[in-house]
Every structure is written in structure tokens, then in C-alpha cells.
Design a protein around this ligand. Structure first.
Ligand SMILES: [Fe+2]
Length: 315
């Protein structure tokens, strides 16, 4: 049994500004949004309860699908790196960036480079954004971290993977394909049509889905929409679940979901994987997380035997 927790959209508290100059761009809109709304939703007390709950759950690994920052200030990347250190050692925590982490272009060493130890392994360091998707192997799982984070025009929160990453993703998924490997693709934006508004969507989602359909994966995890969601994408072996989680730091507000995350427990038998999902949610009055529900799924392992004949799959 291998266990991993999936969190997303933490929007950690913003450090004090050292001046107004950093806001002389698209950040001013995000800053106003943070001051007027976000800082009252994403709370330090919930984050403390989350860390305590994760300590008690003690998963083998923790994955975070982006949006740790609010307006991509270098100080926010540093603060997030320290917060992540408290969550666990880099070998037990994996991160991919979200649109807030790429609100404006910031040099790699002062932005995502601060989280590089959580997006790479010692033998395969990540030097810049050209290193996505990265792969981290942990037990039976292969974590494939895709970046859909890119600067966008004001009032947009869309994402794009890009042709280079998609080609590399297809190669990695093919290379990792084996009955004993459970491929988990991490991406911030939902790759499912109709889940987001036009200005918040994954622009090249159809191309992403085509890669999964062709090369296969056992699970896709995402955030961005601040909701629990369950969907599926076609793969050569059948379908792969696509699971979304809400913000792991939000109190209940304006009818949106309160903080929650998934604990995933993976086991294998000869022909398939069994994935049990425990939904952990914030018991708001008590500022602690509890089990809200659970569900399980069987996922075919992607061996040569499990794939339909080429003539059939091509049709
Ligand atoms: Fe997002």
C-alpha cells in the first residue's frame, strides 16, 4: 500500500510589501483581490489545521497542484519554500505551479527555482521552466509534473502546456508505461472541457487529452477550480480518473467549498490497481479536518495485454 495526499490552491498568506513598485503591473489587480477577498478566505488557522492533519495522516508522499502564491512576488516564493519545508522533506513533497505562481514573469531563481528541490531529484535537477514535465519516482508511482502556468492578460487565469511539453509528456508516459508503474500526471488546470470559464480554461486541453489518450496514464490530478471533482479521460487501456480538489486553506465562503484534500491509498493486484480515496474536509467550527466520505476505483494496469489491438484502437 502506497499513500499520497493531494492538496491544491493554498494561496499562502502574503508577506508584507517592501514598497509599491512590485505592483506596477498585472500584480495590482491580484493584490487588490487579495486584500479585498482572498486574505479573508485563505486563513492561517486553516493552514495550521491542515499541517496538523497531514502529520496525523502521515502519507508516504504529498502532491500540491499549484497556486501556493497570490501575485507571484519573489517574497511569496521564499515564504512558500519555508512553509513547504515545514510540511516535509523535499523527497516527500512534490509541487507543480499554478497560474498565480506565474502571474507575471519572474526570473527562475527568485520564483519557481525556490521550489526546485520539490520538482526534481538529485540526479535530475530542474534548471528552468524548460525542464517540465519532470518525473519523480516514489514506490510504485511515477509523478509526472506538468506546468500549465504562464503569464496571461489582466482578468485572465488561463493555462497552456505548450507543444514542447506535450511532446515530452507523450515520450515520458510511453517510457514509463509498465504494469508495475502507476503514472500520476499533475497539472494545475483541469484538462476537462466545460469545467472552467473561457478566461480560466486550459487553452490546449484537447491536445493534452490527445496525449493521454495515445500514451496512457493511470491518474490525473489537478486543482484551480477550488472544488472536489471526479472525471475521466480515455487511455489505451480504458480510462484514467481525473480528480480535482478544492483549496486546502479556504474557510467556507459565498457558497464555495470549504477546505479539503484527498488521501489516496494505492494497492495493486495482477491485472489492475485499486485506488481508495478518503476525502478530508475542514470541520469549520473546530478548525480541524475530518473524514467526509470515501470512494474507491479500479484502474487497469497498462500492459501490452490490456491494450486493444491496434486496428481497433485506431478506429
Ligand atoms: Fe489557479
Amino acid at each position: 500500500m502506497f499513500t499520497f495526499a493531494h492538496l491544491s490552491d493554498l494561496h499562502l498568506p502574503m508577506p508584507a510589501l517592501s514598497g509599491w513598485r512590485p505592483l506596477a503591473n498585472k500584480r495590482i489587480l491580484g493584490y487588490l483581490s487579495y486584500q479585498l477577498k482572498r486574505k479573508n478566505v485563505h486563513r492561517q488557522s486553516v493552514l495550521a489545521a491542515l499541517v496538523e492533519d497531514l502529520r496525523r495522516q502521515a502519507p508516504d508522499h504529498i502532491v500540491i497542484t499549484g497556486d501556493l502564491t497570490n501575485i507571484a512576488l519573489p517574497e511569496e516564493f521564499s515564504a512558500a519554500a519555508w512553509w513547504l519545508e515545514a510540511l516535509g522533506p523535499p523527497e516527500r513533497v512534490t509541487v507543480v505551479p499554478g497560474n498565480h505562481d506565474a502571474l507575471v514573469a519572474v526570473p527562475w531563481p527568485r520564483s519557481l527555482g525556490r521550489w526546485a528541490p520539490l520538482m526534481s531529484d538529485p540526479g535530475t535537477p530542474l534548471h528552468d521552466a524548460g525542464g517540465f514535465p519532470f518525473v519523480r519516482r516514489r514506490g510504485p508511482i511515477a509523478l509526472i509534473g506538468v506546468s500549465s502556468a504562464c503569464p496571461t492578460p489582466p482578468f485572465h487565469a488561463s493555462g497552456r502546456v505548450g507543444d514542447d511539453q506535450l511532446a515530452r509528456l507523450a515520450r515520458l508516459l510511453e517510457q514509463l508505461r509498465a504494469p508495475s508503474v502507476f503514472r500520476v500526471v499533475l497539472i494545475h488546470h483541469p484538462p476537462i472541457g466545460g469545467m472552467m470559464t473561457h478566461r480560466k480554461r486550459l487553452i490546449d486541453q484537447a491536445a493534452f487529452r490527445a496525449v493521454i489518450e495515445r500514451a496512457g496514464a493511470e491518474l490525473v490530478l489537478h486543482g484551480h477550480h477550488h472544488l472536489f471533482s471526479q472525471d475521466a479521460l480515455a487511455t489505451p487501456a480504458g480510462t484514467a480518473p481525473v480528480l480535482g480538489v478544492p483549496s486546502a486553506s479556504a474557510r467556507r465562503h459565498l457558497g464555495r467549498q470549504h477546505a479539503g484534500y484527498h488521501v489516496c491509498r494505492l494497492a495493486a493486484d495482477a491485472a489492475s490497481w485499486r485506488l481508495e480515496i478518503e476525502v478530508r474536509g475542514l470541520a469549520e467550527a473546530e478548525d480541524r479536518f475530518t473524514t467526509e466520505r470515501g470512494f474507491a476505483m479500479t484502474i487497469p494496469n497498462d500492459s501490452a495485454d490490456s491494450r486493444p489491438p491496434a486496428a481497433m484502437s485506431a478506429g
